[in-house]
Design a protein around this ligand. Structure first.
Ligand code: PNS
Length: 175
């Protein structure tokens, strides 16, 4: 039987519990799911593409049919390169719909054989976005319920250099 590969493109800056929820759902319906991080030179991200890739690789280790990759250029061209027949995107609320519909229809125009599949993350994540996570973390708020522990750790290291230093000292001291 033909294997169905899907790509899940996005910025993932940083990956959130909502992203992980969608990856888990996607891994159940597609034979292979490629989480594809956009290398976007126009944006100034909090995490480098390499850092995001490493986080996503660690976070998706348990899903044997999920891989992590990076891409630039058009999503449809990347999909063709990895022989994907579907694009997975999450819709959290009605507010996502217009932008997602526009993108899906443009992608269909560019490559009609590529289907976009929308999935809803658990409703407890319906307000969650990487942008809000960055903002809350920057302002010292608690993001422990919004992102995996690993990401919370990386956010602390990124936003509070003193935290990284004190953690390193503890580890060295223990060794
Ligand atoms: O996580 P994001 O930032 O909502 O993801 C947006 C993404 C990466 C899916 C979108 O910007 C994209 O597909 N960019 C690649 C360039 C492209 O194909 N543009 C035309 C899409 S209609």
């Amino acid at each position: 039987m033909k294997k169905v590969t899907a790509i899940y493109p996005g910025s993932f800056d940083p990956p959130t519990n909502g992203h992980l929820d969608l990856i888990e759902r996607g891994s159940k319906i597609f034979d292979e799911l490629m989480v594809a991080i956009l290398r976007n030179p126009d944006k100034s991200p909090l995490f480098t593409v390499g850092e995001r890739r490493k986080m996503l690789e660690d976070l998706t280790e348990e899903f044997k049919n999920v891989r992590v990759d990076t891409f630039d250029g058009l999503t449809v061209d990347y999909a063709a390169k990895v022989k994907a027949s579907a694009v997975l995107r999450g819709i959290r609320a009605l507010s996502d719909y217009e932008y997602e519909l526009q993108m899906a229809l443009m992608n269909r125009k560019l490559r009609p054989e590529l289907e976009t599949v929308f999935m809803m993350p658990a409703e407890k994540y319906s307000y969650l976005s990487s942008r809000l996570v960055r903002e809350v973390a920057r302002l010292g708020g608690d993001v422990s319920k919004l992102v995996p522990e690993l990401v919370e750790q990386r956010l602390k290291e990124k936003l509070d250099p003193a935290y990284k230093l004190s953690n390193r000292k503890t580890k060295v001291g223990r060794a």
